[in-house]
Design a protein around this ligand. Structure first.
Ligand SMILES: [Zn+2]
Ligand SMILES: [Zn+2]
Length: 284
């Protein structure tokens, strides 16, 4: 198996039939995956009555070639596992807190978002990569079709503006699931806020202002004031997305021509992720 920067290894363990309680690690290569897997088995061995089965697994792992280490290993009441994941986008401390890192960016795997039970006002909460969101009903009751998801504003002395991810969803659970789908591409792409044309501008200024000018590197999505979205990689246009029903997208070839790509996208963010995926896959 080729190890590209898009493939990483999630390594963890759980008691059979239960959710993992210990840290799940997101690792760049087989060496890291093997070390974490072996460490999990060794640590568990210390807590069990009869370590013989665990020792047998450690022997087996030592003889397993790197490329075959991906898989599940059940011993006693436990299952140890290594999963190959593509583009998981687990956030790394170096990006979040500017901490020192090495090129492998080994880190804790991002937890899957979980929705809390509603509080007395009917609001429930989930976190996506550390940021809290609330799910609530805009009617104030549990009315189908009025479920919304809002980013919880950071504490600020000024009255915060509302930051909705979604409104008008059928059920609480549905709103939560869709919001996570919509947020997922933001692990790889920075989405700049929508811009609108200013009516007071001269026509020349408006034409100049229509196309977004991006000043940052990486994958960035920026709005044209004409209502489409440009997907940039390191400030070079890689594609265009037209939000709407349906969402449409094209990849910008090196010669500047457009290649339409097909997909069933509920959100324009997903189409932008598809543009990135197309470009990166074509490059391998
Ligand atoms: Zn990961
Ligand atoms: Zn890092």
């Amino acid at each position: 198996m080729m190890t590209t920067s898009r493939t990483r290894y999630h390594v963890g363990m759980n008691e059979i039939g239960l959710d993992p309680v210990y840290r799940i690690e997101c690792l760049a290569d087989f060496d890291g995956a093997r070390a974490w897997l072996t460490g999990n088995v060794e640590n568990t061995t210390e807590d069990v009555q009869d370590p013989s089965e665990f020792d047998a697994l450690l022997d087996r792992l030592a003889r397993t070639p790197d490329a075959q280490i991906v898989g599940e290993y059940a011993v006693d009441a436990y299952v140890f596992w290594v999963r190959a994941v593509e583009d998981c986008g687990c956030p790394c401390d170096c990006a979040e807190r500017g901490e020192e890192c090495d090129p492998r960016h080994n880190r804790e795997a991002a937890a899957e978002p979980e929705l809390t039970d509603p509080d007395e006002h009917g609001r429930s909460v989930f976190r996506f990569d550390g940021v809290p969101y609330t799910v609530f009903n805009t009617s104030g009751r549990d009315l189908d079709g009025y479920w919304a998801v809002e980013r919880v504003p950071a504490e600020s002395p000024a009255l915060p503006s509302r930051d909705y991810v979604l409104v008008g969803q059928r059920t609480r659970e549905h709103a939560f699931t869709l919001a996570v789908e919509k947020l997922r591409p933001s692990r790889h792409i920075t989405f700049l806020p929508q811009r609108y044309s200013t009516v007071t501008m001269s026509e020349d200024d408006r034409d100049y202002d229509e196309y977004p000018h991006v000043t940052r590197d990486g994958w960035v999505c920026a709005w044209s004031t004409a209502g489409y979205v440009v997907v940039f990689e390191d400030r070079v246009q890689r594609g265009i997305v037209w939000p709407g029903h349906p969402v449409e997208a094209s990849v910008t070839r090196d010669d500047g021509t457009a290649l339409d790509i097909k997909g069933e996208w509920r959100f324009f963010e997903q189409a932008a992720a598809a543009v990135r995926d197309h470009v990166l896959t074509a490059r391998v």
